[in-house]
Design a protein around this ligand. Structure first.
Ligand code: ZN
Length: 737
């Protein structure tokens, strides 16, 4: 009441029935509750007070008369939250993964219903068979003990913190902090000429690799030439003649897996043409962007959302979303001439539209390229744009597929009106040559697959899969089942050269006859064996081949991934004879959630079994094992030399348990009561060195805090839980089917 009800401390001249002295605020009522009810029942005489009280009530859903006065004054303390500590007896239970599907409501996986639940359970079972905990007996494991110099720990945390603040690439890359210094740095660069580019391009056409193959094949060269041509139009020649103004180029490099898109974009256009010949700097003169941080990292680029200052929208998860300010984006894109977007098939149509609109907006008005000759605003602020990717893949989960031809647009081509919609994005791509004022101008299709050249059969199978026409024989080969052709049959020919094999395959003979013929043909027998790429069961010896032990695994959904990750982590510990230190996530329902559902505290243990994607991407139980490969679930440090982005892989180096942690080792397991103070993760091939750590590439990782929702399926989720955990996952690839 003291928040909202007007009162005064001046007893004599100021107090009246509406503004009493503080001592009389209860105004003769028995309880505060009664006083409040009385006030709310028509005695708020000021409109402004009414507004504040109304807002407060609707946000906090206070129902006067049901709650005690303390609750009114401080709703945060109304219901007691309780800590839950997982004991060793509970460990197996909390490590079980809650499998989605049938039993859940309002989940998009429900379309698959029973099927999803059954498939996942089966896959989880198979995963456990393959990666079952084998190896050392518990007594022979090592329990890690690390000793830390407290000063060095603090130093490392401090220097990591100051590293994170050096995010501004503009300043860091040119090594300059002020505008004057930056301009000085820029003036020192050499200006490349038309002739420089032409000479390089001429040499590229006939350049060969060490094995005699052309460095770029005909189609690849076409794509490079297209970009080079545009670059040359904008360069002065050696006599110093300035270029005439020209319209920007928007081009697409399209091709299936293995056709060398990355080779063209990264190795040739980015590294040779832009970086070496033109002496451009990424982020300053041009930018390479991709949807996912891991892809951007491969090209030393940036994510679309970060580079263009577009917020990431994700239902049900509140992260610490850091977006660049309008000014920061404008400043960074000030000198961009080119924008390369990698794997554009994964970029939703509406996101491409957003990038377009954002760049139209930030490119400064005095930039002569911002408007076309006829005075129209150029798409992407007049930048040259090169998309590379493959549209013959799965559509992005949201935002509209660029590959779909926009029906709406075709019908209304002449009424085209740009705004941030799916059809805008699609129209950019599909507008066609007659709309070159705003649409993409054309495409270079890379056709020749450079991958698996030594195995034409596998190449053919990949093509079949890509085009959705896997033949029965290919399916048979992959699974080690019957086929109607001999084991070495490739593109209509028995490569063993055996006449019998050739004839039987041409006749599509019975399996008995083919089997009989293969007994006399070693080549066909061997080849058939090699073609079986699908494991029959968990005992397949290939699972234990060295190349698969540390290999990433790919799963069709989160339940399986989450479960297998935990299994593999435990197997990793067993193989290396190490104990496992489990870090239990700390879940706390927000006060509002507890107000609504005070019983929730009792479910805390069950939340630990939910897969990480439901809980703000944080694991319920995270295994700390020395050397365990882990991936970052968050952009940890964006400073230019480190670029520790989401998906980056490192290995657990060591960790410091909180001084007050009361947990102990029980056999080969320790379940921490508190989140560790710091976990050091080692990243390979890094030259940066965080002060206070023993060697280059070690970064201190500390807990993060995220919100997730128990009722995230609802349109407006209410039941928020705060989780604290390390922003790490055991490493495995995840594939959403
Ligand atoms: Zn044969």
């Amino acid at each position: 009441m003291t928040y909202f009800h007007p009162w005064t401390l001046r007893e004599q001249h100021w107090s009246d029935e509406h503004v009493p002295t503080l001592q009389n605020l209860r105004q003769g009522c028995e309880t505060w509750e009664a006083a409040l009810t009385q006030w709310l029942n028509g005695n708020i005489i000021c409109e402004e007070s009414k507004l504040y009280v109304g807002n407060f009530i609707s946000i906090h859903r206070l129902r006067p008369g049901e709650q005690d006065e303390d609750g009114m004054a401080n709703p945060d303390d109304m219901v007691e939250d309780e800590e839950v500590y997982v004991s060793i007896d509970m460990l197996e239970e909390v490590l079980e993964t809650r499998i989605g599907g049938k039993t859940r409501q309002s989940d998009d996986l429900d379309i698959m219903g029973d099927g999803h639940h059954m498939n996942s359970s089966e896959a989880v079972g198979l995963g456990r068979d393959i990666w079952s905990k084998t190896g050392a007996a518990s007594a022979s494991t090592t329990q890690p003990t690390y000793s830390f110099d407290e000063e060095k720990v603090q130093l490392s945390l401090q220097s990591a913190k100051s590293s994170r603040s050096k995010e501004n690439k503009f300043a860091a890359r040119t090594g300059a902090q002020t505008r004057t210094e930056r301009e000085a740095a820029l003036s020192q660069r050499k200006q490349a000429t038309k002739e420089d580019v032409q000479e390089w391009l001429d040499a590229l056409r006939s350049r060969t690799r060490s094995d005699g193959r052309l460095f770029v094949n005909t189609k690849q060269f076409e794509a490079v030439a297209k970009v080079s041509q545009k670059v040359m139009e904008e360069l002065p020649n050696r006599k110093g003649c300035a270029p005439a103004a020209s319209e920007p180029l928007r081009w697409v490099v399209h091709g299936g897996p293995g056709t060398g898109k990355t080779h063209v974009v990264r190795d040739v256009i980015k590294k040779e043409l832009f970086d070496q010949i033109l002496q451009w700097q990424q982020g300053l003169d041009y930018q390479v962007i991709a949807l996912q941080a891991v892809m951007a990292d491969l090209l030393q680029g940036d994510t679309i959302h970060h580079a263009c200052g577009i917020p990431v929208r994700k239902k049900g998860v509140d992260g610490d979303v850091v977006i660049q300010s309008h000014k920061a984006v404008a400043e960074q894109s000030l000198y961009w001439r080119w924008l390369l977007i990698d794997e554009f098939g994964m970029v939703g149509a509406s996101l491409l539209a957003e990038v377009d609109m954002k760049l139209r907006d930030v490119v400064v008005d005095i930039n002569p390229r911002k408007k076309s000759r006829s005075g129209h605003a150029q798409p992407f602020g007049g930048l040259n744009v090169l998309l590379s990717g493959d549209l013959w893949q799965l559509a992005p989960p949201s935002g509209g597929y660029l590959a779909n031809i926009p029906a709406e647009f075709i019908a209304n081509a002449r009424k085209y009106n740009p705004n941030v919609t799916i059809s805008h994005g699609q129209s950019l791509l599909w507008g066609g040559p007659e709309n070159k004022e705003w649409a993409f101008h054309g495409i270079t299709e890379l056709e020749e697959s450079e991958r698996c050249r030594e195995d034409p059969w596998l190449q053919e199978v990949q093509l079949e899969l890509r085009e959705g026409r896997l033949s029965e024989d290919s399916h048979g080969f992959l699974h080690g089942q019957v086929t109607r052709v001999c084991g070495s049959w490739t593109n209509g020919r028995a490569t063993c050269g055996n006449g019998v094999c050739q004839q039987l395959s041409e006749d599509k003979a019975t399996w008995t006859k083919i089997e009989a013929a293969e007994r006399n043909c070693n080549i066909c027998t061997d080849s058939r064996k090699k073609r079986q790429r699908v494991a029959n069961d968990a005992d397949d010896s290939r699972f234990r081949e060295a190349k698969f032990v540390d290999a990433p695994a790919i799963f069709p959904n989160n339940d399986i991934k989450y479960d297998v990750n935990k299994q593999r982590a435990r197997q990793y510990a067993a193989t290396h004879r190490l104990g496992v230190t489990w870090v239990q996530a700390k879940d706390r329902p927000l006060p509002k959630t507890l107000q609504e559902r005070p019983d929730l505290v009792l479910q805390k243990t069950a939340w630990l079994s939910r897969h990480d994607r439901e809980c703000g991407d944080l694991y319920g139980m995270f295994p700390l094992i020395e050397g365990l490969p882990v991936a970052l679930t968050d952009h940890l440090d964006r400073s230019p030399d480190k670029q520790l982005l989401r998906g980056k892989i490192g290995k657990i180096h060591s960790w410091k348990v909180a001084a007050t942690d009361g947990s102990v080792w029980e056999d080969d397991v320790r379940i921490l009561h508190e989140l560790p103070e710091v976990v050091y993760v080692k990243f390979e091939h890094c030259s940066w060195h965080i002060e206070g750590t023993p060697e280059p590439g070690i970064y201190p990782v500390t807990k993060v805090r995220r919100h997730w929702y128990l009722d995230k399926g609802r349109q407006y989720p209410q039941l928020a839980i705060q989780r604290e955990q390390l922003p790490l996952v055991p490493w495995a690839l995840f594939f959403k089917g």
